[in-house]
Write a protein of this length. Structure first.
Length: 336
């Protein structure tokens, strides 16, 4: 513990020496129960001054991203365990791991071993997907949900850095969009799966029509039913799938119109009777529809999709509608 505290020492030389000692502990005692804590302390220094940043990158390349010399499967599984535990610590650690991956893949070239790093990353991703599947088969649901979130969050970070790591796993992960959504863990699982598919599906070579149709159907169902986090990630995913792969703008139009027409209906109700008691009951749906219409306008060119409209363009109609709701007395509606 005293050594870990010295990683924050004001002296750069002291911090470097501490990191090197901690690295040696992790290398020589990989099963030491404090390895995760040590890795968390070290990875936080990825934002330190340049010399420390380079040292931290080098340390983790040695610890996690060198090709295992013996018992490859066991070593990769151990590394994946450490990584998911680090990622699970907090949002800060997730960002630090993402920066580490970026630094690793930016800081090496063909002559210094980028292919080796890429190969190890692929092994880790494969191991993570295997672990996700195995968690589905065990009975301790509460523990499994937390571990599942950790694994899928880590997969998401890998996909952000290089989507091709997940290219062969899109169909395996897709069914998790249909998971029951009753807990915060369930929400995070669906959110990250949608984010992964958003970057991976456009890279797939000739995905089957049945896979794409099923994916679009699942995304639309989630957009219609789930909360803001899932709606946001699913609209983003649907946009990538439709804009870059399927061109199924009929589906987009049908989904969008349900929210837009609902808002126009509520606007008419406000106009006819601003004191109507019915307005209090429609507020949750107004908030949901406003948020979703905004997301569709962000990700799609709704003027082109709704080109057959007479009169004003869709963008002008949306602007007018949103300005109307901005003038309501309800602060939550105005903010949304």
């Amino acid at each position: 513990q005293m050594l870990l505290e010295r990683i924050l020492d004001t002296g750069v030389t002291v911090r470097k020496r501490v990191i090197k000692i901690l690295r040696d502990i992790c290398v020589n005692q990989p099963d030491f129960d404090k390895v995760t804590d040590i890795c968390i302390k070290m990875i936080r220094r990825i934002n330190d001054e340049e010399g420390i940043k380079q040292l931290v990158t080098s340390v983790f390349q040695q610890l996690w991203f060198t090709k295992p010399t013996t018992d490859q499967r066991q070593q990769i599984m151990r590394r994946v365990t450490h990584i998911t535990e680090v990622v699970a610590a907090s949002i800060n650690e997730q960002e630090c791991f993402e920066q580490l991956l970026e630094q690793l893949l930016k800081g090496v070239d063909e002559s210094t071993g980028i292919q080796s790093v890429l190969n190890v990353c692929q092994l880790m991703v494969d191991c993570l997907v295997e672990r996700v599947l195995s968690l589905d088969e065990t009975s301790d649901q509460q523990t499994n949900s937390r571990q599942l979130v950790n694994c899928i969050t880590t997969l998401y970070i890998f996909s952000k850095i290089r989507a091709s790591f997940l290219l062969h796993h899109a169909k395996t992960l897709h069914p998790y969009l249909s998971s029951k959504c009753t807990t915060q863990e369930d929400t995070l699982i669906i959110h990250y799966i949608a984010r992964i598919l958003e970057v991976v599906v456009p890279l797939m070579e000739r995905p089957t029509e049945s896979f794409l149709a099923s994916l679009e159907e699942d995304l639309v169902k989630l957009i219609m039913k789930q909360g803001a986090m899932i709606v946001q990630s699913c609209v983003g995913c649907l946009a990538e799938v439709v804009n870059k792969v399927t061109k199924n703008y009929k589906l987009v139009k049908e989904c969008y119109q349900k929210f837009f027409m609902y808002l126009e209906k509520v606007k008419l109700l406000y106009t006819q009777d601003p004191k109507s008691p019915q307005l209090a009951t429609v507020k949750p749906s107004v908030l949901r529809s406003t948020f979703t219409v905004g997301l569709f306008c962000k990700h799609f060119n709704m003027d082109n999709i709704m080109i057959e409209l007479q009169g004003d363009s869709m963008s002008k109609r949306v602007q007018s509608l949103l300005v109307f709701f901005c003038d309501r007395e309800d602060e939550e509606v105005r903010i949304k």
